[in-house]
Design a binder for this molecule. Structure first.
Ligand SMILES: Cc1ncc(COP(=O)(O)O)c(C=O)c1O
Length: 390
């Protein structure tokens, strides 16, 4: 049974008729959390192992390593792949700041490249951004639509580059039935509350490389080569080796049990997303100047529903945002381009022109979207958009 948190009253939601997002935690999720809370091992235990196995199976990869969030997944993947000071990593201008922060944390230089109309990394821009220092490309499967991994993997192979896929939006995204994250060297997922499944905070790295998976397992746990249960099972638990200084980026047992339980419903949740996605597209079709960013297809995880507000609509994106808010509808923008953050100027190199991302930024608007959104809510959003420029 789904428990709908939209009915809960708090200061954040009181005047809101349609929230931007609403979490979906089932009674079965709650039971799995409570059951785990009664176990004696609350972190670094068997439920994490089960979640990792189920995740690897779902994504069709050999290894999955649970971590504290997608930012740490990206950071550890880059570190374990040997990216550091003096290296360059190509990132799209349109992404959440976590993507670039993970690169900066390694000491490498992020090189900002432009995106296509669908806000996915432009292969042409990647080619124009490569230098002798380029070590990796970090594509983001934006809003759940896959990047053109055929072209990107070809570019990477020709230029001897690593690929780390940011799959924060892409749980359930596929290209020719191959899951996001399995094209490159590593794929990094987020289980933040708005994502296609949640552990509240949490993340996962997938890879087909045993060496990389083992390295990330060690780095997520302070650099300690053995897990706690391995240490108890074989000798003195305090007598361990540190292979290199690491981090505490672990995913605990309670979060793992929530993730494992949510993963069982993922296909159903993504079907609901796809249906709601198509409903918006059908209902918005007749509004001149409003176009969906992408169409849904069977490989699209439908993480966000984004429209472009064109000149012909007669109202700017910012004005539409305000009008909708005044009518109790929360929308948002994904994202402010990385090139617009002054803090990053001292860290980055800009690969080449960022025309597409900068022009998209003034037009994009993310509509309320979650698996349990009702037709009534979607109808209200569409009606308010339609009436906003009258
Ligand atoms: C594209 C992208 N990358 C990375 C992240 C970071 O995820 P997390 O919050 O799990 O660290 C997010 C989170 O929203 C994201 O949208």
């Amino acid at each position: 049974m789904f428990i709908d948190l939209r009915n809960s009253k708090d200061a954040f939601s009181s005047a809101i008729k349609v929230p931007f997002f609403s979490p979906l935690i089932t009674s079965s999720d709650k039971n799995s959390i409570l059951k785990t809370l009664n176990s004696s091992l609350l972190t670094d235990g068997p439920i994490l192992r089960n979640f990792e196995e189920a995740f690897a199976k779902f994504t069709g990869t050999k290894y999955a390593v649970g971590v504290s969030n997608a930012t740490s997944a990206l950071h550890l993947s880059l570190k374990a792949l040997g990216i550091g000071v003096g290296d360059e990593v190509i990132v799209p201008n349109m992404t959440f700041v976590a993507t670039i922060n993970a690169v900066i944390l390694t000491g490498a230089t992020p090189v900002i490249a432009d995106v296509n109309e669908d806000l996915n990394l432009s292969s042409k821009s990647v080619l124009n951004s490569i230098t002798k220092k380029t070590k990796a490309v970090l594509p983001v499967h934006f809003a759940g639509k896959m990047c053109d991994m055929n072209v990107l993997t070809k570019i990477a192979r020709t230029n001897n580059l690593l690929i780390i896929e940011d799959c924060a939006h892409a749980l359930g995204s596929t290209l020719y039935t191959q899951h996001a994250g399995s094209f490159g060297d590593a794929g990094c997922f987020s289980f933040y509350p708005t994502k296609n499944i949640t552990t509240i905070e949490g993340g996962m790295v997938i890879t087909n490389s045993k060496k990389l998976a083992e390295h990330i397992r060690v780095l997520r746990n302070h650099g300690i080569a053995k897990s706690l249960s391995q240490r108890y099972n074989h000798g003195k638990p305090w007598d361990y080796e540190i292979t290199e200084p690491g981090y505490n980026y672990r995913l605990d047992e309670v979060r793992s049990s929530l993730g494992l339980n949510q993963l069982k419903s993922l296909t159903q949740l993504n079907q609901r997303r796809r249906k709601a996605f198509q409903y918006y597209s059908d209902e918005l079709k007749s509004i001149i100047g409003i176009t969906p960013l992408t169409q849904s297809d069977s490989g699209h995880a439908c993480h966000l529903y984004i429209i472009r507000v064109k000149k012909e609509f007669g109202l700017s994106r910012d004005k539409l945002f305000k009008k909708l808010l005044m009518r109790g509808i929360r929308t948002s923008v994904h994202y402010k381009p990385l090139s617009k953050f002054s803090t990053y100027r001292k860290y980055i190199r800009v690969g080449n022109k960022l025309e597409n991302s900068e022009s998209a930024y003034s037009e994009i608007l993310s509509l309320p979207f979650y698996p349990q959104i009702s037709k009534r809510e979607q109808d209200l959003v569409v009606k308010c958009i339609r009436e906003s420029n009258l």
